[in-house]
Design a protein around this ligand. Structure first.
Ligand code: DMJ
Length: 694
C-alpha cells in the first residue's frame, strides 16, 4: 500500500503524496485534476510516507520503518514551489517528521535498529519549521492559512498572501509541534511563534462567556464567522490547549482550556449532542446538525476526566455509525445524513480508544471491531482503503488521505494490543492531533527561552482550575457498570424504523408506532394514568417516582410570581411553554413551593411522534433549581389537562431516569438521597445545556 504512494516517485519529478486506491497509483499534485482546498495538504513532499512513519513503529514494523526513514532522508525535498496549507503541513508533515525522529532516536538508543541515524529527520523538521514561519508574519501574529514552501508568503513568486482570514484550529494547532521542535533544536522561535498565535486567540475570545468563533481575520483579529462549536474549524484548538499543558507543563494552557471547557459544557454540549451556538448569543443553537470532526471530542473529555458526557456523546456517535455504516461528514440531530461523504476519518476510532483506555469496558472493543469490519467490508479495495463518497450508496472515491494510516491504523491497532506487544510504552507519549507521538519527557526539557505567557485572568471560580483527572472510582463510586448505566439511557436513540425522537427528562424514547395514542405514548415514557376511586386519576411512573397532585399554575405560563401559591405548595404544577425561559418558570414555581413542574408545549397539536429531538435547557446560570421538571408536547399534555378537568384529584408520580437511580426493585417512594440525586441530575441538565427560549 505504502509503495503505491511512494512508487510514483520514479515516474514523476516529485514523489507522490497520497495513494489513489482505485487507480492504484500515487497522487502527485498538478498531475491530477484539482480538488480545490483538499489538495493544499499535498506539497510534493511524500506526505503519506512521512505521516505514516511512527505508525510503522507502533505496528512493530521496524524493518519497514527503517526503510521508510531511509527513503525520506534520501528523497524528500522541501524546497518546492508549492502552496500548501500551514495547518495540514504542520500536523501531518512536521508532526510526522518529529514522530519519526523520536522513534528513530529511541530505536537507535536501544540498539535495535538505525545505528546510522544522525537526526536527519529532525533536520528536515527544522527546515520545514523555517519554511512555515513566514506565514506568521502578520501584524496580529495569527498565521496566513497558506504558505509557498519555497517563496514564503509575501514574495512576488509566492502566489499566496492575499488571504484575510483563517480558521481558529488553523491558527491554534501549532504549539505541540512547534514547541517540540524548539525543545529538540534549542531554537526558541518556533515555540514563541505558536504561543503568540494562541495568546491572540485567547485575547480575542468573547470575554463574557469564553467562547471563540470559527474564522478570524488574521490582520486585525476580528471574528469573521462567529459560530462556536467543537467540530470543524475549532476542534484541535481546544485539543492543543489541553495537550500543551500535558506536554509542556504550563498552567496557562490548562487554565485557558478549562475556561473554554466550562463554556462548551454550558452552551454547546447538550448531551449527547454538541450543537454550534453563536459566540455572542450562545443561548441559541444555530444549527441542528453536527460534523464528523467533533467525534474527537469524547476522547478529549476522557483526557479531561469528564467521562459521563464522553460516554454519552460517543454512544450517540456509535448509533449514527451503526445507522450509516460510517459517520457521515455531517448528520442532523435526529441522525439523518446531512453531508454524505466519509473520507475515512479517524476521530470516532480515536474516541473509542480513549474510552477503552479509561474504562477497560470490553464494549469499546466491540465498537472497535465494528469499525474494523465496516472498513474491511465497505472501504477495502485492491490497493488500499477507499474513501466513501456517499454512505447511502457506498460509492467509493479514488482517495485515501494520509490520516488514515497516521491515525486510524494507529488507534485501531492500539485498541486491540496489549502493552507487552508494543515496542514502546505508549503511556510515555502524547498524541498530536494527527496521532504523532511526542514524548512526555519534553515537559521536563527546559524550554529554550524564558517564559512570557499572558497572565490568566483570575476569577473564574476554583472549579475550573481542575488539574487532575479523577479516577473512575471517584467519579462513579462502587458502580463497576457505570459505562453501561450511562450508555443505556442513550441506547435507544435509534431503533429500526424510528425516525423521530422525543426527549423526556433526558431519556430518549423511540416512538415507532405511528398509531400510538397519547396515553400509550405516556406509558411508553414510563407514565401511566390510573383511576383512583370515583373522582381521581393517578399518573404513575413505572420506575422510581416523585409524587404530587396536579395543579394548574396561575398564571399558566408561570413567567411571573405564582398567584395560586397556596394551591401549588407541595403539588406538581402544570405550566405552559412560552413567553419566558423554562428556568424562569421553574424558579417561580419552585419558590411557590411546587414539588415538580410539568411543562406543556404551546404549539397546538404538537406531539412527540412528529416533533424532532427536543431538550429543555436552562439559562446558563447556576441557579438552584432542584425540583424535577418534565416537558410534554401538547397532545400528550392534553391528556393531563383532560384528566384534570374531569377529576377532582389527579395524582402524578414521575418516572425518574434509570441512568442515575438504577432499576427499580420495589414500588417504594424515593429516599431523600435519591430525590436529591434526581434533582441534581435535572439541575445539571438545566445548567449545562444551552438555554432555550421556552
Ligand atoms: C486529521 O488530519 C486531524 O485529526 C485534524 O485535526 C482534523 N482531522 C483530520 C482527520 O479527520
Amino acid at each position: 500500500m505504502f509503495d503505491h504512494a511512494y512508487g510514483s516517485y520514479m515516474k514523476h519529478a516529485y514523489p507522490a503524496d497520497e495513494l489513489m486506491p482505485l487507480s492504484c497509483r500515487g497522487r502527485v499534485r498538478g498531475m491530477e485534476p484539482s480538488r480545490g482546498d483538499v489538495d493544499d495538504a499535498l506539497g510534493k513532499f511524500s506526505l503519506t510516507l512521512i505521516d505514516t512513519l511512527d505508525t510503522l513503529v507502533v505496528l512493530n514494523k521496524l524493518d519497514e520503518f527503517e526503510d521508510a526513514v531511509r527513503k525520506v532522508v534520501l528523497d524528500v525535498r522541501l524546497d518546492n514551489d508549492v502552496v500548501v496549507s500551514v495547518f495540514e503541513t504542520n500536523i501531518r508533515v512536521l508532526g510526522g517528521l518529529l514522530g519519526g525522529h523520536i522513534m528513530a532516536d529511541m530505536l537507535k538508543a536501544q540498539s535495535v535498529r538505525l545505528q546510522w541515524y544522525k537526526g536527519e529527520l529532525l533536520h528536515l523538521a527544522r527546515d520545514l519549521g523555517y519554511r512555515l514561519l513566514p506565514a506568521f508574519n502578520t501584524t496580529s501574529g495569527l498565521p496566513y492559512p497558506r504558505v509557498n514552501l519555497r517563496y514564503g508568503v509575501l514574495s512576488p513568486n509566492s502566489r499566496t498572501g492575499t488571504e484575510l482570514d483563517t480558521c481558529t484550529a488553523c491558527a491554534g494547532t501549532m504549539i505541540l509541534e512547534f514547541a517540540a521542535l524548539s525543545r529538540l533544536t534549542q531554537e526558541t522561535v518556533f515555540e514563541d511563534t505558536a504561543r503568540r498565535a494562541l495568546d491572540v486567540l485567547w485575547e480575542k475570545r468573547q470575554k463574557g462567556n469564553d467562547l471563540v468563533g470559527t474564522v478570524i481575520n488574521i490582520h486585525n483579529g476580528d471574528w469573521v464567522r462567529r459560530d462556536s462549536g467543537v467540530g470543524a474549524g475549532i476542534d484541535s484548538y481546544y485539543e492543543y490547549l489541553m495537550k500543551a499543558y500535558i506536554l509542556l507543563g504550563d498552567d496557562t494552557y490548562l487554565e485557558r482550556f478549562n475556561a473554554h471547557y466550562v463554556a462548551i459544557m454550558k452552551y454547546i454540549s447538550q448531551p449527547p449532542l454538541l450543537l454550534n451556538v453563536h459566540m455572542h448569543n450562545p443561548t441559541i443553537s444555530i444549527r441542528s446538525w453536527m460534523d464528523s470532526l467533533l467525534a474527537f471530542f469524547p476522547g478529549l473529555q476522557v483526557l479531561r476526566g469528564d467521562l459521563k458526557p464522553a460516554i454519552e456523546t460517543h454512544e450517540m456517535l456509535y448509533q449514527v455509525t451503526k445507522q450509516h455504516k460510517f459517520l457521515p461528514e455531517a448528520f442532523t440531530s435526529d441522525f439523518a445524513v446531512y453531508w454524505a461523504q466519509h473520507p475515512l476519518r479517524p476521530e470516532f476510532a480515536e474516541s473509542t480508544y480513549f474510552l477503552y483506555k479509561a474504562t477497560r469496558d470490553p464494549y469499546y472493543l466491540q465498537v472497535g471491531k465494528s469499525i474494523v469490519e465496516s472498513l474491511n467490508e465497505y472501504a477495502r479495495v485492491a490497493c488500499g482503503f477507499a474513501a466513501v463518497q456517499d454512505v447511502r450508496t457506498g460509492r467509493h472515491e479514488d482517495r485515501m488521505d494520509s490520516f488514515f494510516l497516521a491515525e486510524m491504523f494507529k488507534y485501531l491497532y492500539l485498541l486491540f494490543s496489549e502493552k507487552r506487544d508494543l515496542p514502546l510504552d505508549i503511556d510515555d507519549y502524547i498524541f498530536t492531533t494527527e496521532a504523532h507521538l511526542l514524548p512526555l519527557s519534553l515537559a521536563t526539557a527546559r524550554p529554550p527561552c524564558p517564559r512570557n505567557m499572558t497572565m490568566f485572568r483570575r476569577g473564574h471560580g476554583e472549579e475550573i482550575f481542575t488539574r487532575s483527572c479523577p479516577s473512575t472510582q471517584t467519579l462513579f463510586p462502587n458502580n463497576p457498570t457505570f459505562t453501561r448505566t450511562i450508555r443505556d439511557a442513550h441506547k435507544q436513540l435509534l431503533q429500526p424504523g424510528a425516525e423521530r425522537l422525543a426527549l423526556f427528562r433526558g431519556i430518549e424514547f423511540p416512538l415507532h408506532d405511528t398509531r400510538m395514542e397519547p396515553l400509550e405514548i405516556l406509558k411508553n415514557m414510563g407514565l401511566t394514568l390510573l383511576p383512583l376511586g370515583d373522582r381521581s386519576v393517578q399518573l404513575t411512573g413505572i420506575r422510581h417516582k416523585v409524587k404530587g397532585s396536579l395543579v394548574l399554575s396561575e398564571p399558566y405560563q408561570a413567567c411571573a410570581a405564582i398567584s395560586n401559591w397556596k394551591e401549588v405548595q407541595g403539588k406538581m404544577a402544570l405550566a405552559q411553554r412560552g413567553e419566558c425561559m423554562f428556568a424562569t418558570k421553574a424558579r417561580n414555581l419552585q419558590e411557590a413551593g411546587a414539588s415538580g413542574v410539568i411543562f406543556i408545549d404551546n404549539a397546538e397539536g404538537s406531539c412527540s411522534e412528529e416533533m424532532v429531538l427536543f431538550q429543555m435547557v436552562g439559562d446558563g446560570s447556576t441557579g438552584n433549581i432542584v425540583i424535577p421538571l418534565v416537558f410534554l408536547f401538547q397532545k400528550e399534555g392534553q391528556v393531563l389537562l383532560d384528566a384534570l378537568s374531569q377529576h377532582r384529584n389527579v395524582d402524578v408520580l414521575l418516572a425518574t431516569k434509570p441512568m442515575f437511580l438504577g432499576e427499580e426493585k420495589t414500588d417504594q417512594p424515593l429516599s431523600a438521597s435519591q430525590l436529591h440525586e434526581a434533582a441534581t441530575e435535572i439541575r445539571t441538565t438545566m445548567v449545562t445545556s444551552a438555554p432555550d427560549q421556552a
